[in-house]
Design a protein around this ligand. Structure first.
Ligand code: AMP
Ligand code: MG
Length: 407
């Protein structure tokens, strides 16, 4: 297949968004213990109040505040101790004026009591409990619904659940939580020269770095990778893997390597035969041989074999699909900062460039633009700067936006 004219990245994204328009994350139910980091499919409204009963916030004596109103050092009040209220095992009597009930933190406060005097502010005598300063009504009593009111919306749909969210939901009696199913991303890693990841490279062969890198990227974006090992540059094998991906009900297919127009590059024609490949050849560096198409309504991404190009093309296009299908915001999980560029960055009008850069005390230091095969340029970098298609340089001294790889 010959490259057509290279397509502007914005047009590639437009096509991608038209594909994604009809695709939505599917709900599934998980236990609270497995819900952390998952995306909530529906907003959650509490049907209980917490606390569900008037609860003591201190170890002390539940009293009627009025009884203590004139207490002071010279004329302390002494209240008769009529019972004890323990957490989960409240006192069932009827508190009267002049009486106190021992309560522990978390225990129900008797109905007629309206304050808890902490033990530290009391002394116990044979006749009862001595209190030498007044306590305000409501003190140390947590009222019903103070934390959560029944009918209150707790968490919004689309939220990525935090550990404390899991605690909150569990506290309201939620044990099954409806989240967006993780999208299933089939990885097809092609290259006759490839050795399985982790193999020591030898001869003229190279160990697969894209497979594990893509698995990590997919996992970062909330997807599940389906990866059954590398495949040689052989059209029948690649066709079989594309078809198998669809049979496996993959939500997205990612093809690494063989994406260009060389003798060994079969994937573009296969995708065009099985579906369509309207985006092939994109004005970006690295990553020009990238492509976007579909088979049925499953988006397919052609990612160049050169690892930096693979990373950039994934982040530019595939990440968008994975994140959206998993109910996540399309934005990158990279944090942007603005700072002064210390050396100029040159590009070409019409092309999007991915410049790996480092952060120094003084500003942003470019490392590399070209070199799509030099993966270490992305590991010594702290992040990257994009040089948009409409400009051909960012001058030294200009403010540039840098995206940080790390947090
Ligand atoms: P290709 O896109 O297949 O033309 O490959 C471009 C370059 O990337 C070649 O040098 C390949 O050996 C290399 N390459 C392809 N796939 C991988 C991979 N999975 N891991 C590391 N390098 C790769
Ligand atoms: Mg190849």
């Amino acid at each position: 297949m010959q490259h057509r004219k290279r397509i502007p990245p914005a047009e590639a994204i437009q096509y991608l968004d038209s594909l994604l328009q009809d695709l939505h994350g599917q709900p599934e139910s998980v236990t609270a213990a497995n819900a952390c980091g998952r995306v909530l499919a529906k907003s959650i409204v509490s049907d209980v109040s917490i606390p569900a009963f008037r609860r003591s916030m201190m170890d002390g004596f539940a009293v009627q505040a009025e009884d203590t109103s004139s207490a002071d050092e010279s004329s302390a009040c002494t209240l008769r101790i009529v019972g004890t209220s323990m957490p989960g095992n409240g006192w069932t009597g009827n508190l009267q004026s002049g009486e106190a009930v021992r309560v522990m933190t978390g225990a129900p406060v008797p109905e007629a009591a309206d304050a808890v005097v902490p033990f530290e502010l009391t002394s116990t005598l044979p006749a009862g409990v001595r209190i030498s300063s007044p306590i305000a009504a409501g003190k140390n009593v947590s009222e019903i619904g103070e934390d959560i009111r029944s009918g209150q919306q707790l968490l919004d749909a689309g939220r990525s659940l935090r550990p404390q969210d899991i605690g909150l939901l569990s506290a309201t009696g939620c044990s099954e939580i409806t989240v967006i199913r993780r999208p299933r991303i089939r990885l097809i890693i092609t290259g006759s020269e490839l050795l399985p990841a982790g193999t020591r490279p030898h001869g003229h062969r190279v160990a697969d770095s894209n497979g594990p890198m893509l698995e990590a990227l997919v996992s970062r974006d909330g997807g599940t990778s389906l990866f059954h090992g590398i495949t040689p540059d052989d059209p029948d094998s690649i066709r079989e893997l594309l078809e198998e991906g669809l049979r496996d009900k993959a939500d997205v297919l990612l093809v690494s390597g063989g994406s260009s127009a060389g003798d060994e590059d079969f994937a573009p024609d296969l995708i065009a035969q099985l579906g369509e490949l309207p985006v092939h050849g994109i004005s970006m560096r690295p990553g020009a041989p990238a492509g976007i198409g579909r088979i049925g309504n499953c988006p397919v991404f052609l990612l160049p074999g050169n690892p930096v190009a693979c990373l950039f093309a994934y982040d530019m296009f595939a990440a968008r699909a994975v994140r959206q299908l998993g109910g996540r915001p399309q934005q990158w999980p990279y944090r942007p900062i603005e700072s002064t560029l210390l050396k100029p960055l040159h590009s070409a009008i019409g092309r999007l460039d991915y410049a790996r850069v480092r952060m120094s005390e003084e500003g942003i230091v470019p490392i590399a633009i070209s070199g799509g095969s030099v993966l270490s340029s992305t590991t010594i970098a702290d992040g990257f700067v994009l040089i948009p298609p409409e400009t051909d340089r960012i001058s030294a001294g200009d403010t540039a936006r840098m995206w940080l790889y790390g947090g």
